[in-house]
Design a protein around this ligand. Structure first.
Ligand code: SAH
Length: 347
C-alpha cells in the first residue's frame, strides 16, 4: 500500500494496491471503505494488523482540520484539508428520524452568485470523485461510531449543497454518485443534486440510470432579476432551465425542488411570488424558501419572517407546495451559502 488514500482509486481497482493479498481481502477492504466505513484503519477488525498499519495515516484523502458542532450537537461542520491545501467543507444535520449530509463538489466555485459566500471567494479546483465520496464515508463512520444525540446512527440523505457547482464538475460528481449508489448501497432517491441551472448538466444527469433528486436554485422568476443575482443565467436563461427541469421530472418521475433564497426587497415581492408560482406549477415543482444567510461581501439582508410567510402564502394560494426551510449551524458558518474557506487563511 502506498500513501495515497484508497478512496482516490475506483473501488474496482483496490486489488492493485493490495498486491499479493487474496481477493477476499480486497472485498473486505472495499466493505470497510464503502459499506461500513470506520474512522480509523484500526477499526477494520477483520484485516490483519500489518494491512491496517499500512493504511494508517492515508485512509482519508484529507485531514480533519476543524470540527465544529452546534444546535445541541445535532449539527456538525467539518473542514477537511487535502494535501495540496484545498479546503473541503461538509455539514451533517441530524434530526429525530434522519441524518442529512451536505457535501462539497468543488473547492470554491466559479459561478459568482452575488449572495453566496463560496462564489464571492472564487474557484480553486474540482474535487476528485474520491474526495466527494469520502465526505459521505466519513459522515457514515461518524454516525456509526460517535453519533449525535437522538439522531439515527446511519446516514439517510446526501445533498450536494455545500461548496461548488456539482454539474460544473460532471464526470467526477457522476463517479461519486455511482459509488454512493452502486457500491455504498445508498438509495439514489435519498441523494439530491442541487444546481444553479447548468442546462447541459441537467440533461446528462437525466440520462443516468439513477433516480437522483434535482434541486434547482432559481432565486428569481424573470431573467433580468435572475441574471443580476446568478450570472450564469445569461448563458442558460429561465425558459431553457425550466424546460430542462420539466424534462428531468418527466424522465425520472421525481419531483424537482426549486430553491429560493429570500432577500429583503430583492426577490420577496408579490410579483416574484406570482411568477414563481407559474413556473412551479408548469414543472410541478416543490418550492423551498430559505432566509438569506448574510455573507461578507454582499449587503443583501434576509427577508423578514412575516414577509417569508406572506410570500409562502401567495405560492400556496396558487396551489404550490412550499416549505420554509430552517437554518442550521449559522453560528458556526455552516449555514447555506456560508461555506467559503479556501486554502491559506482567507477567513
Ligand atoms: N451550486 C449549487 C449547490 C451549492 S449552493 C447550487 O447553486 O444549487 C446550495 C444552496 O444554497 C443553493 O440553493 C444556493 O442558492 C443556496 N445559497 C447560497 N448562498 C446562500 C445564502 N447566503 N443564504 C442562503 N442560501 C444560500
Amino acid at each position: 500500500m502506498n500513501s495515497r488514500s484508497p478512496y482516490l482509486r475506483p473501488p474496482e481497482e483496490l486489488g492493485s494496491i493490495l498486491e499479493g493479498e487474496p481477493s477476499y481481502r480486497v472485498d473486505q477492504l472495499r466493505e470497510w471503505l464503502y459499506e461500513h466505513p470506520v474512522l480509523r484503519p484500526d477499526d477494520m477488525t477483520n484485516l490483519p494488523t500489518e494491512l491496517r498499519e499500512s493504511i494508517e495515516g492515508s485512509l482519508w484523502p484529507f485531514e480533519v482540520e476543524m470540527e465544529q458542532s452546534s444546535d445541541n450537537g445535532t449539527t456538525r461542520k467539518w473542514l477537511f484539508r487535502a494535501p495540496d491545501g484545498a479546503a473541503i467543507e461538509a455539514v451533517l444535520m441530524g434530526y429525530p428520524r434522519r441524518a442529512t449530509l451536505c457535501i462539497s463538489s468543488q473547492a470554491g466555485c466559479a459561478l459568482a452568485c452575488t449572495f453566496c459566500a463560496t462564489g464571492q471567494f472564487g474557484f480553486e479546483r474540482h474535487l476528485e470523485a474520491g474526495e466527494i465520496v469520502a465526505q459521505v464515508a466519513y459522515a457514515k463512520a461518524f454516525l456509526a461510531q460517535i453519533g449525535m444525540p437522538d439522531v439515527p446512527d446511519r446516514l439517510t440523505n446526501v445533498v450536494f449543497m455545500g461548496m461548488g457547482e456539482p454539474l460544473a464538475n460532471y464526470e467526477r460528481v457522476r463517479e461519486s454518485l455511482r459509488r454512493m449508489v452502486e457500491i455504498m448501497g445508498m438509495s439514489a432517491r435519498s441523494i439530491t443534486v442541487s444546481t444553479v441551472g447548468i442546462v447541459p448538466g441537467i440533461r446528462r444527469l437525466a440520462a443516468e440510470p439513477w433516480q437522483v433528486n434535482l434541486a434547482v436554485s432559481l432565486h428569481a422568476a424573470d431573467d433580468e432579476l435572475r441574471s443580476s443575482l446568478v450570472p450564469i443565467n445569461k448563458r442558460y436563461p429561465i425558459a431553457e432551465l425550466e424546460q430542462a427541469a420539466r424534462d428531468y421530472f418527466e424522465e425520472k418521475g421525481r419531483r424537482i425542488s426549486i430553491e429560493w433564497t429570500m432577500m429583503d426587497g430583492v426577490n420577496d415581492t408579490d410579483d416574484q411570488a406570482r411568477k414563481l408560482a407559474d413556473i412551479a406549477n408548469r414543472i410541478r415543482a416543490h418550492v423551498n424558501l430559505i432566509a438569506l444567510n448574510p455573507t461578507p461581501l454582499s449587503d443583501e439582508r434576509p427577508s423578514t419572517r412575516l414577509h417569508i410567510e406572506e410570500f409562502a402564502g401567495v405560492l400556496e394560494s396558487h396551489g404550490v407546495n412550499v416549505t420554509v426551510r430552517d437554518t442550521r449551524g449559522r453560528d458556526i458558518d455552516a449555514a447555506c451559502g456560508q461555506l467559503r474557506v479556501m486554502s491559506g487563511n482567507q477567513r
